[in-house]
Design a protein around this ligand. Structure first.
Ligand code: HEM
Length: 260
């Protein structure tokens, strides 16, 4: 019987599987996907590979292999910790947008904010999203703390995570306060005047604390630069580190506390 020529679609399928096999067998591919990954060549659905999937994935790793039934109920945590985290991410994204249009000098700051509201596409919207999310984050972190307290989750073995949480509350408030100066309007100037004067009453080091925060003896361009760097770099940086420790401890302390 005469041989029929292979169909074009079969040829294409063979070519695709040959290339896929080469890519999946390459060192570069296997350096990205760890053993047990479903994207690796020859993955089989075995108990060993299933546990590898959990152990090697950072996202799955956030959750323990077994989760208590009450812990997945939204009514237990009200997702307030998760909401605080979501707001932080939202503030980071909208904050980066704002940074494209803002220069932290006394001569330009207010004009840049004004231009952002009147001349930049979506500027007013994104600025307001940033501002409202900041207010909401203060509220959600505070409510999260109240929920944790109500459930007695500050008790052993979670005392350390409570302390990390208190630090996160401080950073959230400081982020709000440092952001408040940046529009360089009357409201901001007087809020910072009152705030730094209060810090000047710190026992023993009061004058030095005030000097460091103002970048001099009175509010000026140096103060704005200092608070800008604190707001966009230093405070978000330490907050991310503390959040990582916070989430890791929730996991290591045996997941969510309770039930009551
Ligand atoms: C930026 C601020 C914060 C973020 C993003 C955050 C995030 C989270 C998340 C996602 C959880 C998992 C359960 C849940 O959603 O409730 C959690 C649990 C916890 N948080 Fe926070 N948190 C923050 C601030 C705080 C504060 C201010 C405190 C207390 C002073 C605190 C103490 C705790 C404790 C003790 C747990 C374990 C709760 C339990 O086992 O029931 N956190 N946090």
């Amino acid at each position: 019987m005469a041989k029929t020529a292979p169909r074009r679609s079969d040829q294409l399928a063979d070519k695709v599987s040959e290339v896929t096999g080469k890519v999946q067998g390459s060192q570069a591919w296997n350096s990205i996907f760890r053993p047990g990954s479903i994207f690796r060549k020859g993955y089989t659905d075995s108990p060993r590979n299933r546990s590898y999937v959990i152990m090697n994935s950072v996202l799955y790793h956030l959750h323990p292999v077994k989760v208590k039934r009450h812990a997945v109920k939204v009514s237990y945590t009200l997702c307030l910790g998760g909401l605080s985290f979501f707001l932080f991410i939202h503030l980071t994204v909208t904050g980066i947008f704002l940074m494209f249009f803002y220069r932290p000098t006394a001569a330009q700051a207010w004009d840049d904010i004004y231009a952002l509201e009147t001349a930049v596409a979506f500027g007013l919207l994104v600025r307001n999203m940033h501002r409202w999310a900041a207010h909401l984050m203060v509220i959600s972190v505070f409510l999260h703390m109240a929920r944790v307290f109500y459930h007695g989750a500050y008790k052993p073995p979670r005392e350390f995570n409570w302390v990390i949480g208190v630090m996160l509350l401080q950073f959230t408030l400081l982020l709000s306060f440092t952001g408040y100066l940046l529009p360089w309007d009357q409201l901001a100037l007087w809020a910072v005047t009152v705030g730094t004067n209060m810090m000047g009453y710190t026992p023993v080091f009061g004058k030095q604390v005030r000097f460091v925060l103002l970048g001099g003896f009175e509010i000026g361009s140096d103060t704005l630069l200092r608070w800008y760097v604190l707001h966009v770099l230093m405070l978000p940086f330490v907050t991310v580190i503390f959040m990582a420790i916070h989430f890791w401890r929730v996991r290591k302390d045996g997941g969510i506390s309770g039930p009551l």
